[in-house]
Design a protein around this ligand. Structure first.
Ligand SMILES: Cc1cc2nc3c(=O)[nH]c(=O)nc-3n(C[C@H](O)[C@H](O)[C@H](O)COP(=O)(O)OP(=O)(O)OC[C@H]3O[C@@H](n4cnc5c(N)ncnc54)[C@H](O)[C@@H]3O)c2cc1C
Ligand code: FES
Length: 425
């Protein structure tokens, strides 16, 4: 009996000790967990403060170092990237420091092309991250004649860059601008989408995320026809290999026989919301897109239809604005539902008054249709070339202007009349 009592007592003592040890370990674990959580919170706070200070530093040096008008840049390197794309590395001719830019912004060039009556203005996105204070890089695709018009001349500026511009040449460049950019102080997960040459601004964003050491979840969709057009392949693959937060998804719409799925590319299809639904864990991302009109015209409305709020969808068109904020203005209907008289648009300098019936996409198109000349560059509201003074009336913008026009004037390439209008053109 005594032996039994002793055994029970020992067992009781043992379990008490075990309980005390477990409690101790538990407390120790909880204390360690609390300490780790506090440490992580401190880290996050530190990171946020650093980012905020970085942001302030960037804003200050942008204000101090930026320039008005055109500045001379030297082409320090010209690198063929394949797929008809060539990169140009530009350094300021005056050797003074460069202002930082935000990834996604573009440069505006003024080119003196032999045979052209006037300088040609074109915009090109900065294709590398802003973390290279010694140079800016743009990557340009040589634009061929349209497929249905093989006899017209190929793209003026892009082919001038490819065929005529050499290392050591000097170019006139406006400071970086544009509203399509990634806010580097934010941490929200992002989906970056580049179609064809629309790769350039989103590549700058991707490079910036990777080089900043940010752990921001990043999905990168790149759509091209096949390996022939697939540029920066090794660079993109290295980023995806070295950064576990980066998920690279390359789509070939028309792969060649020798292209290997799973190796050269991930999906034999176009980039689409159907693909996002299959690949992304949810729709809960900030979307940044740049690509040709068919891609933009389908994906932007499809992402919205998927339930993504408009404020989380950011896009840029390289050519004539494609995804419209609003339909072009139509003349108002009268009470009986009949279309009222067309809107009167007067081009004062040309001495023409024309009837706007809502069928033109922009005032610039309308001017050209009526043989009124207005200079233009990007036709997308970015370069400011088509700016025209408004003598009377007002306009609506069909897409957000890249740079706000001066008061009393409008960017004719992306605006439509609000009502009766007189332009100084
Ligand atoms: C914000 C922004 C960023 C951009 N970023 C980039 C970038 O990073 N990389 C890049 O490569 N591009 C970029 N672009 C596009 C770039 O600015 C130019 O639009 C592009 O290079 C074409 O210009 P181009 O002078 O070569 O062609 P254009 O001379 O403007 O010709 C355009 C097309 O019209 C055709 N054409 C010529 N004459 C006629 C005619 N009579 N009838 C019908 N068609 C005709 C040409 O063959 C060509 O196919 C960007 C554009 C914007 C607005
Ligand atoms: S043509 Fe560039 S802003 Fe209109």
């Amino acid at each position: 009996m005594d032996a039994l009592v002793n055994i029970a007592a020992i067992a009781f003592l043992l379990s008490l000790t075990a309980y005390a040890v477990a409690l101790g370990i538990g407390n120790l674990r909880a204390a360690r967990l609390n300490a780790r959580t506090a440490e992580a919170e401190c880290d996050l706070l530190r990171q946020r403060i650093e980012q905020l200070m970085d942001h302030r530093r960037v804003e200050r040096s942008k204000a101090e170092l930026s320039w008005n008008g055109f500045r001379k840049f030297e082409v320090m390197r010209k690198t063929p990237e394949g797929g008809g794309i060539c990169s140009f590395y530009l350094s300021p001719h005056d050797k003074k420091p460069l202002p930082p830019f935000v990834p996604g912004q573009y440069l505006t060039f003024q080119l003196n092309i032999p045979g052209q009556r006037k300088p040609v203005i074109r915009c090109y996105s900065l294709s590398d991250s802003p973390n290279h204070p010694g140079y800016y890089r743009v990557s340009i695709k040589a634009v061929p004649p349209p497929r249905d018009k093989p006899d017209v001349p190929p793209g003026l500026s892009s082919n001038f860059f490819h065929d005529q511009i050499r290392e050591g040449d000097i170019l006139d460049v406006k400071a970086a601008g544009g509203h399509f950019y990634l806010d580097m102080t934010k941490h929200a997960p992002v989906v970056l989408i580049g179609g064809g040459i629309g790769l350039t601004p989103v590549l700058s964003m991707l490079n910036a995320i990777c080089e900043s050491g940010s752990k921001r979840e990043t999905w990168f969709f790149y759509g091209v026809r096949s390996s022939k057009d697939h540029v920066m392949k090794e660079h993109l693959e290295a980023l995806a290999r070295e950064h576990e937060n980066v998920h690279l998804q390359v789509c070939y719409s028309n792969p060649l026989d020798e292209d290997v799925e799973g190796d050269d590319y991930q999906h034999a299809e176009r980039v689409s919301v159907e693909l996002f639904k299959r690949v992304l864990p949810s729709s809960n991302y900030e979307y940044y897109l740049c690509g040709p009109p068919p891609l933009m015209n389908t994906i932007v409305p499809d992402i919205e239809a998927w339930g993504v709020p408009k404020k989380n969808i950011h896009f840029e068109a390289f050519g004539p604005a494609t995804v419209k904020k609003a339909a072009p203005a139509k003349p108002p209907e009268d009470k009986a539902g009949e279309a009222a008289a067309a809107i009167e648009v007067t081009f004062a300098k040309s001495g023409k008054t024309c009837a706007w019936d809502g069928s033109s996409d922009s005032l610039l198109d309308f001017a050209e249709e009526n043989d009124v000349t207005i200079d233009y560059g990007c036709r997308a509201g970015n370069c400011g070339t088509c700016i025209t003074a408004i003598r009377d009336g007002g306009v609506d913008y069909v897409v957000e202007p890249g740079a706000a026009p001066e008061a009393g004037s409008c960017l004719t390439c992306i605006s439509v009349p609000k009502g009766k209008l007189t332009l100084d053109a």
